[in-house]
Design a protein around this ligand. Sequence first.
Ligand code: ZN
Length: 346
Amino acid sequence: MIGACLLACLAASAHAEKAEKKPVQKAEKKADKKAAKPVATPAATEIEPALELGVLDPKRIRTLTNDPVLGKADRVDGDETKGVVAFTFDDGPNPDTTPAVVDALEKYNVPATFFIVTRRLVGKNGEKPREILDRILKAGFEIGSHSVSHPNLGKANPKVLETEIDGSIRTLAPQANRAVGLFRPPFGAFGGGGNVRLKKLGLTDVRWSVDTLDWQAKNADKLRTKVLTMIVKQQGGVVLMHDVKPITAKVIEGVLDDLEAENCRRLAAKQEPILPVSIHYFLKDGKTARPIPEPVQKRTAAYRAALPARCAKRPSPPPPQPVPPPAAPPISPPVKATPDGKPAQR
Ligand SMILES: [Zn+2]
């Protein structure tokens, strides 16, 4: 949170929190029926000894969150950096919808962070979601925890916070075979206890600034247009979408195509493009932006360098249409005059 926008950001965040609440609950209720009960030990392969210790010994949970690159940063609200955009996707993985989202991101070479509801990963029903998580990681996307079962943690007691936060990390870190540094509270709802818990574990709280409200969208074309309009208007930010939603899976390719088209238009007009970047670009420690790891910087630079070639391959936009001459006024029937010579009132 940056001082000057404290109140505005709080208000925006509160709005977003409310907004995210209802349908996700619905989605999660559906998932309730499908998902098996969470188990303490996930079906992970190739667990490193240190991580295994973390799973077995609750006191070692911090080993599982020891990510010096993404963890332990200040809360991310999405307004930390202007001119770049980081996409984030919540509530998955969902075998019906997440693959299309990953396909689109890969097609347009756009980084993203997936916030995982870890109950989806466990048991027999978690088999396909675990495969999708593997694909997400192998493709180089970032991940974070979005709790075990997606409850509202706004007034959660310490026991529930531990079950939902620590529990999700105990599943996710071994399954991903890496430490997890990011957490996003479901519905953006968090009380003081949640903040304390994240601090203790060294997890970075990641919110958003571009609230697409994709979960309540009914019209795919309108959603597609809205997302790019918001990104352009806000000069980038952290975009919140839900990879569990069919409408999001449907529109994401179009959204990324629109972003590329907008950036090509900007290049042609000698303006700075709004580069799609990973969440690293929004991390801060106090007032200081956290240094971007070299491979991440190189990735962004490579994207920027490749943009003109991508633009050259795009179908050229339709030439601007000449402005049509103003339409002639419609011919109206002569107005009958009243006996005193004034036009009759209609
Ligand atoms: Zn969510």
